[in-house]
Design a protein around this ligand. Structure first.
Ligand code: ZN
Length: 292
């Protein structure tokens, strides 16, 4: 199943069309895309019966949808976790040792935005980090790794945008969370894909590009701590809640450690994709000056 936030309403993507969930379920499920995670198992069972004969593409209830109108498939997650240094080559380019357990920080939930949003640059030190993002569908507390995927609703594409100057300011050890939580710094989308749709949920090609070329490219099979281990680790400390996000880490190629350094500039268009899920496109603009 592929789930969309179609202009603020939960929809199931069927080919090039969108099936509005509230209308198709006669109001059983709400239009709010965030609300579905509290009833994920029930919703998934309902959605599985939508198209038993594979004829949904001829369903008269299907509506066309405009890409620019798509919002984040998880618009207001209760918690947003992010794993740092989860690919060997990225840890090496950052000059940091590999962690012995997942290295976790947060992005505050209000930094989430959609897959085609225009994003304001608060400074000239903003960097990109293409990441696969896991979405929790069932509460997870002290879950063992072999059971972890039972608690994952699906996967989406994310960018862990990071203001490096802010992230790395202050005394060591620095607190990353604010530098990664400016408005719009957690774009996700364009769809939430359930793991059964993917040929291998643990091996997906991930990449991002700017006009001057491919910046990052990797496979998620290279994650040091794969999704199941991250869920097990986190849930051993704090319960994971339906609708939570886990940014799983970025591979090598970020702009900050490139020679020459390549941070995001007004007018840049950043394309981020995961094979089998989709592609996000973000244009960046300069910070608007506010008068007092
Ligand atoms: Zn990251």
């Amino acid at each position: 199943m592929r789930l969309l936030n179609n202009a603020g309403r939960l929809a199931v993507q069927v080919g090039a069309g969108a099936l509005d969930v509230e209308r198709a379920s006669d109001g059983r499920f709400a239009a709010d895309p965030q609300a579905v995670f509290a009833r994920w198992d029930e919703f998934r069972d309902w959605a599985a019966r939508l198209d038993p004969a594979g004829r949904a593409s001829a369903d008269p209830r299907l509506e066309p949808f405009d890409e620019p109108a798509l919002g984040p498939p998880v618009p207001l997650p209760p918690q947003v976790f992010a794993v740092g240094l989860n690919y060997r080559e990225h840890a090496a380019e950052a000059g940091l040792d590999l962690p012995g357990q997942p290295f976790v920080f947060t992005k505050f939930p209000a930094s989430v935005t959609g897959p085609y949003a225009e994003i304001e640059l608060p400074s000239d030190t903003v960097d990109f980090e293409a990441e696969l993002v896991a979405v929790i569908g069932r509460r997870a507390h002290r879950v063992a790794a072999p059971d972890a995927w039972d608690h994952v609703a699906g996967l989406t594409v994310g960018q862990d945008l990071s203001d490096r100057a802010q992230q790395l300011s202050g005394p060591k050890p620095q607190q990353y969370s604010l530098g990664k939580s400016f408005a719009g710094f957690a774009p996700i989308g364009p769809v939430l894909v359930t793991p059964d749709e993917l040929p291998d949920r643990n091996d997906l090609e991930l990449s991002c590009s700017l006009a001057d070329g491919r910046m990052q490219q990797a496979r998620t099979s290279d994650l040091i701590f794969p999704i199941a281990e991250v869920v097990a680790f986190l849930s051993g400390i704090v319960p994971l809640l339906p609708g939570d996000l886990i940014f799983t880490g970025t591979p090598s190629g970020v702009g900050w450690t490139r020679e020459p350094r390549r941070t995001l500039r007004p007018g840049d268009v950043l394309v981020t994709s995961v094979a089998g899920i989709g592609e996000m496109r973000h244009r960046f603009r300069a910070r608007l000056r506010t008068r007092r």
